[in-house]
Design a protein around this ligand. Structure first.
Ligand code: UDP
Length: 329
């Protein structure tokens, strides 16, 4: 298929581009490089530095490249920042998607794979989380993705030829097993990179946000899904989408690891000293988030290959150890 990847210079998008190409698809990357890295774009892909707000440019590209499907990774994705900068989040995440959908409509592109998030569930009623649970986000980031799910649903109802799959990510982690791609955020706030940067001496220490949660070791539990497993699910979902399909799936491994377990894993994998201190809870962090990933296994035959935290951390370490200052050193 001919696939447009919006956000293909970002952490997850760049991994998707690589996998799509290796699966035999033709890839056109669209990214404004606001937070992405040109170096992360696979040279086998066609790259256009374009902002999603440029509806007419997008429509032209979609038409000229005879795009069959749009994969949409281009979003702002820091929960904390979304609380202080809600307009940027609504503008970029909702406005950007609306522009893309309008361009798709104009160009007759009828298939979309959308990056959603478990943040659309907010504080879950129970774990593991199943897709049918109440969705009530607790921050603007979650609401922005929730709104797009709503918009996609309405587009699906209005246009029977339109199909989409919305994938609700849990904690995406790890990097390409062959070491060709990495994770390079600025600022970096995600647990595994922060821990590995501490192992490298790029950070003095890791602060554990809260040790009094109702979990066995008192620290938060999350479902860390390997980025390559996640991308494989996107390709599978894209390939099975039929006209009129509107699908929603959780993407996680179906089990959780605590913050302390992740740090212990990084100590085993890196064999380095990692200094830790124990701080207060970070506002907005639910105690336990992990997926019930049965639906996607049942319907698409997908399940995570990486389920052990050491294996996930090892792929990330492989990249961080070689790129201690990220892309563009
Ligand atoms: N966390 C932490 N110290 C850090 C970064 C994260 O204790 O420096 C915790 C955070 O509170 C959460 C878990 O690690 O419980 C995963 O956080 P991350 O920011 O990686 O992802 P999120 O769950 O917010 O999407």
């Amino acid at each position: 298929m001919n696939v447009m990847v919006a956000g293909g210079a970002g952490y997850i998008g760049s991994h998707a581009v690589k996998q799509l190409i290796e699966a035999g698809h033709r890839v056109i990357v669209v990214d404004n490089l606001y937070r992405g890295h040109a170096e992360a774009v696979d040279p086998r892909a066609e790259f256009h530095e374009v902002d999603l707000a440029a509806t007419d440019v997008l429509a032209g590209l979609l038409r000229d490249c005879a795009i069959d499907c749009a994969m949409h990774f281009a979003a702002l994705a820091y929960v904390g920042e979304s609380v202080t900068e809600p307009l940027a989040y609504y503008d970029n995440n909702i406005g950007g998607t609306l522009s893309m959908l309008k361009a798709m409509h104009a160009a007759g592109v009828k298939r979309m794979v959308f990056s959603s998030t478990c943040a659309t569930y907010g504080e879950p009623e129970q774990t593991p989380i199943v897709e049918t649970m109440r969705q009530e986000p607790i921050n603007p980031y979650g609401w922005s993705k929730w709104c797009v799910e709503r918009i996609l649903t309405d587009c699906g109802a209005a246009n029977k030829g339109f199909s989409f799959v919305s994938l609700r990510y849990f904690n995406v982690a790890g990097t390409a097993a062959d070491g060709s791609l990495g994770e390079d955020h600025d600022p970096e706030t995600h647990l595994i990179p922060v821990v590995l940067l501490a192992a490298l001496g790029q950070r003095e220490k890791v602060t554990v946000f809260g040790t009094d949660y109702p979990t066995p070791d008192g620290t938060c539990i999350r479902d860390y899904i390997h980025v390559e497993d996640l991308c494989a699910a996107h390709i599978r979902a894209m390939e099975v989408l039929q006209p009129g399909d509107t699908r929603f799936y959780n993407l996680g491994i179906g089990r959780g690891y605590s913050v302390k377990e992740v740090i212990d894993s990084a100590r085993r994998v890196t064999r380095r000293d990692i200094r830790v201190d124990y701080g207060d809870r970070r506002p907005g962090d639910p105690a336990i988030l992990f997926a019930n990933a049965d639906k996607i296994r049942r319907e698409l035959g997908w399940s995570a290959k990486y389920t052990k935290i050491d294996d996930i951390v090892a792929t990330a370490w492989n990249w961080f150890a070689k790129h201690p200052r990220g892309y563009g050193e």
